[in-house]
Write a protein that binds this ligand. Structure first.
Ligand code: CUA
Length: 329
């Protein structure tokens, strides 16, 4: 019969189809199981759905209009951070050791990374999304915070610091640090009669420490050391004006420092006022025992010297051309 073969061959196709359908369903089930295993084992940092919106809407949320660290309970802090090419706001995150810190992160432009050295903190910061995570720093210290997602030409400059303070340290020093943090971009002013010392340390802590580090040692291969190096520059011919120009206009091009070559770009800080620029230069040529390499009649850099260099309006590459030739000394 003609009809006898038809159902048989039809059924044969169905069996093969059923096998393949079953196989693909199995694969889908396997993938779902793997996702749940991954979430269970490693956690997930993807924002909750109510925290997904247009980047503009998220940046308009109360927390993100003024990023920073706030205390939200006994031993609980919230750090709200906005990443953008090529910086993190706030520039320094300061929290006490032992406290639970809730990080809320978003990006203003492209995807950035938020990676804190020596911790398990390593998340993507995505525009239009809030990444949250909670972490407790056990040890006081300075933790480098870096962007580890390539985000453009200034990616390597996206370096900051998480400063974890010792809650048992004296109240006085805590208070002083809090004041410096709460102040404007460059911290305390000289109204208290502290001269350049207090202001220089404060500006350094807010603007320079991320790259040149608290000990002035820089970061090998990336950011040159200032300890042991700043005095030889300021002592050289034209070194004073050169240092002022570096702080004002930045620096781009290969340099030698401490026996190593560095070829990077430092941003300029024209937004700092003349006194702040003078103070931070005086700070770096005195700090970390640099003082011992200064001549005994060294005159601290004055604000009017900085004001004079503002007229030159250089590019970072032009500053590089004016670098004193240290090998000639
Ligand atoms: Cu931001 Cu790389």
């Amino acid at each position: 019969m003609a009809t006898e073969n038809e159902p048989e061959s039809h059924e044969g196709i169905e069996r093969a189809e059923r096998i393949w359908i079953g196989f693909s369903l199995l694969l889908v089930a396997l993938f779902v199981v793997l996702v749940f295993i991954a979430i269970g084992a490693h956690g997930t940092h993807v924002g909750k759905s109510e925290e997904r919106a247009s980047p503009g809407e998220i940046l308009a949320q109360p927390g993100f209009t003024s990023p920073g660290v706030e205390q939200i309970g006994p031993d609980k802090y919230r750090a709200t951070v906005v990443a953008q090419a090529f910086s993190f706001n706030p520039s320094t995150i300061e929290v006490p050791a032992g406290a639970e810190v809730e990080f809320r992160l978003t990006s203003r432009d492209v995807i950035h990374g938020f990676n804190v050295a020596d911790t398990t903190i390593n998340v993507e910061v995505i525009p239009g999304q809030v990444s949250t995570l909670t972490y407790t720093f056990d040890e006081p210290g300075e933790y480098p915070l870096i962007c580890n997602q390539y985000c453009g030409t200034g990616h390597h400059n996206m370096v900051n610091t998480v400063r974890v303070t010792d809650p048992d340290a004296s109240e006085a020093s805590d208070g002083a640090e809090a004041t410096a943090q709460a102040g404007s971009d460059d911290g305390v002013d000289t109204a208290d009669g502290g001269g350049w010392e207090a202001r220089g340390a404060s500006v350094y802590g807010n603007q320079c420490v991320a790259c040149h580090q608290a000990g002035g040692g820089g970061v090998s291969g990336a950011f040159p050391p200032l300890a042991g190096h700043a005095p030889e520059i300021i002592n050289a011919d034209g070194g004073r004006d050169y240092l002022i120009n570096v702080v004002l206009y930045g620096l781009q091009g290969p340099i030698q420092a401490g026996g190593q070559t560095y070829n990077n770009r430092m941003p300029g800080f024209q937004r700092l006022d003349d006194e702040a620029v003078a103070a931070v230069i005086n700070h770096i040529v005195h700090a970390w025992d640099n003082e011992s390499a200064l001549p005994s009649d060294f005159e601290p850099v004055q604000a009017d010297e900085v004001a004079a260099q503002r007229e030159t309006a250089l590019e970072a590459e032009q500053v590089h051309e004016r670098r004193p030739d240290l090998s000639a000394e």
